[in-house]
Design a protein around this ligand. Structure first.
Ligand code: AGP
Length: 374
């Protein structure tokens, strides 16, 4: 596998820009286009002997750390919608600390780029002891999580070198969207929705190419933010995870304090932080939560918030409160796939902030690519 930097200066930069290709590889051979007598569908070979058990589960419990946890959180709404099964999210270390409930009737899904994260592995041992079906979603064939789970889906994103996970995140979301499609495959009432998502998946690499064109714009934004102490990111619904993941990227590489905030929680504390100095990214792309996000923008603006609004292409005028907010316009895709698009400008922002601030972008201080100790 080609793991040099090619024309790029850093691995993180290369890995951000190769997402159209990594996503294509993730989906290769797994999407069925359908035809005159065959419906569009998804084929996940690694799960074929276990799908019936998964469909009969009492709950599906997603377990991971850091970016891998955020990817599962991004996919949660579509998993709930298409599977009709209770979907629970667990941070691996917290599940183990609490010895939280895991039952024989549960399907547990372990999400890990490296497949070697100690916390996730410990949670896997715990789920095995409790008799749950264990599914692995990893980027590393032969990793401990891949070996010890009952069945697995390889994300095929290609080798990721930068400590900050970028292309693995978007591939993980796509794999979990495909998992939702596969679980819901026998439900006739959602066939139209599933077909729209499959069409959206086919077109996703092109849309990612389009959003990568924001590179220069995000570099300009990074120049504006270079000396800031802190950056807040507000999201909700499908893009709550984008807010968490965007903030995680900014803090782990640029070493700027950053916090992802569920916009619905704004009035329950975070609003006190808002003034004319603190920069705030608000994710307000088109989906069922759009009007709520418009109201959040109005309220932040009324408190003189310094807003950067991420919106759908063509929406800049309707979200910028009379042109007073900076906007970043992104291409529109099916709502459940929008997190794949929306994270890209934030990855680019984190990358440029780090380079401009003079920090090590591929190897941030104190961090390891794979956290193999507890
Ligand atoms: C991602 O940018 C981080 N470096 C970190 O949060 C990472 O996602 C976490 O340690 C989990 O790693 P894994 O996916 O290899 O299990």
């Amino acid at each position: 596998e080609q793991i040099n930097k090619g024309k790029y200066e850093h691995y993180m930069q290369k890995e951000i820009h190769e997402q159209p290709e990594s996503l294509t590889t993730t989906m290769r051979g797994r999407l069925i286009r359908g035809g005159s007598c065959k419906a569009k569908s998804v084929l996940l070979g690694g799960l074929k002997d276990h799908l019936r058990t998964i469909r009969r589960s009492r709950r599906i419990v997603f377990i991971g750390c850091g970016t891998s946890y955020n990817a599962a959180l991004a996919a949660r709404p579509i998993l709930e919608e298409l599977s009709g099964i209770i979907v629970i999210m667990e941070i691996a270390s917290d599940l183990v600390d609490r010895q939280g409930p895991i039952y024989r009737e549960d399907t547990t899904v372990f999400v890990s780029q490296s497949g070697e994260t100690a916390d996730t592995l410990q949670a896997l041992e715990y789920a095995l002891e409790n008799g749950a079906l264990c599914v692995g979603i990893t980027n590393t064939v032969g990793s401990a999580i891949a070996r010890h789970t009952h069945c697995r889906i390889h994300i095929n994103a290609g080798c990721e070198i930068g400590v900050a996970s970028t292309k693995a995140y978007t591939s993980q979301i796509v794999v979990m969207a495909m998992l939702a499609l596969a679980i819901g495959d026998d439900t006739i009432s959602s066939q139209g929705r599933r077909e729209a998502i499959i069409d959206g998946l086919f077109d996703l690499p092109n849309k990612v190419k389009e959003v990568l064109k924001l590179d220069e714009e995000m570099k300009d934004l990074a120049k504006l933010l270079i000396a800031e102490q802190s950056l807040l990111v507000f999201g909700r619904g499908y893009n709550y995870a984008t807010a968490l993941e965007g903030a995680l990227k900014v803090k782990e590489v640029s070493l700027m304090h950053s916090e992802g905030i569920l916009a619905g929680e704004m009035k329950h504390g975070p609003l006190a932080l808002v003034d004319e100095t603190l920069p705030i990214v608000v994710i307000a792309t088109r989906d069922a939560c759009f009007s709520k996000q418009q109201s959040v923008i109005q309220q932040l603006h009324a408190r003189k918030g310094r807003l950067i609004v991420m919106c759908s292409k063509g929406d800049a005028a309707s979200v910028s409160v009379g042109g007073s907010c900076r906007t970043v316009e992104v291409p529109v895709v099916e709502d459940c796939l929008q997190p794949v698009i929306n994270i890209v400008p934030l990855q680019l922002l984190a990358y440029h902030l780090t380079v401009l601030r003079g920090y090590n972008v591929d190897q941030p201080r104190n961090l390891a690519k794979s956290v193999t100790t507890q």
